[in-house]
Design a protein around this ligand. Structure first.
Ligand SMILES: [Zn+2]
Length: 305
């Protein structure tokens, strides 16, 4: 099973997660920029974060054979904080970068006038940069949030078939599908969709333009949820080709709209560095010499270390 997780916040996850993801079939991820769980206080904080999503994080992912791309934006929550708004002026110089495959996450959190303004402005940025957009839908008042989101997209210069509307569920899937956008589902351990509900949605609405993600971040979430959905699909009678469509070909098609998706991962090998930094901690362990009594990692650094 080859898997593309189209929405996961790897900055919040460990190398153990990358290892486990690779082992179950994850070969590609897209990491949308989002908030940190607490407010940023200046645009500079966004820029360092964007640089990490474009530099350090793809480097980490490559060590595990996983292709990493990102989507960049001012997220819905922080669109309400005037201290953060100047990042909108910085976005254009980031949206031209190779690994940026969409503008996102944009959309509504509390459906405020400030969020209206930021959403419209960033849909315009997506259109201007010929990028698709990843649009988050609110967790409260979901159907009203979806309707308002679709209205704003219709008024924008971005065609609906270049928009992925995320965090859908049974109450919003029909209107989103009728609207003509791509359909994103986040599968969480306790809330929103679970594997079985996801399978039921696929049975009712089909697989066309459907993307499934773990949306794993620093909260209660599971970076292996994509694989669990694939297994649940097979158990429910879907074919391997069906699973491949939902977990691989659909995300490749959507983010491929950017013209920037590169799925071959350069094998960086153990001990590789990014601007002088590596994911290793301490010198690599080496075999102990017979009778020396010393543990390899405690002796002099190996040649080349
Ligand atoms: Zn997210």
């Amino acid at each position: 099973m080859r898997i593309f997780d189209p929405h996961i916040h790897m900055t919040s996850r460990t190398t153990d997660d990358y290892e486990a993801m690779r082992a179950v079939g994850v070969r590609a991820v897209v990491e949308p920029s989002f908030w940190l769980g607490q407010p940023r206080t200046s645009p500079a904080s966004f820029l360092d974060y964007f640089d990490a999503l474009l530099g350090w994080e793809p480097f980490r992912a490559a060590q595990y054979g996983i292709a990493h791309h990102c989507t960049l934006a001012l997220n819905p929550k922080e669109a309400n904080d005037p201290r953060c708004l100047p990042v909108l002026d910085e976005l254009p110089r980031y949206l031209v970068k190779d690994r940026v495959v969409a503008v996102g996450e944009i959309g509504y959190d509390s459906m405020t006038p400030a969020e209206d303004t930021a959403l419209a402005a960033q849909l315009q940025l997506a259109a201007a940069h010929e990028l698709p957009a990843l649009v988050h839908t609110p967790h409260r008042d979901k159907l009203a949030g979806l309707r308002r989101t679709l209205d704003v997209v219709r008024e924008s210069a971005l065609p609906m078939d270049r928009v992925l509307v995320d965090h859908l569920n049974e109450t919003t899937v029909k209107e989103a599908k009728d609207g003509g956008c791509w359909l994103g589902f986040s599968v969480y351990p306790d809330t929103k969709m679970d594997e079985e509900r996801m399978v039921a949605v696929l049975k009712s609405y089909g697989m066309e333009k459907v993307l499934v993600n773990s949306a794993a971040d620093w909260g209660r979430s599971d970076p292996l949820k994509t694989r669990r959905v694939g297994d649940a699909m097979l158990a429910a009678g879907f074919t391997e080709d069906d699973v491949d469509q939902v977990l691989w070909r659909n995300p490749v098609a959507f983010y491929g709209l950017s013209g920037r998706l590169v799925l071959d991962v350069e094998d960086t090998g153990a001990g590789a560095t990014h601007e002088g930094n590596s994911i290793l901690r301490g010198a690599p362990a080496t075999p102990a010499e017979p009778g020396s009594g010393a543990r390899g990692s405690e002796v002099a650094p190996a040649a080349g270390a």
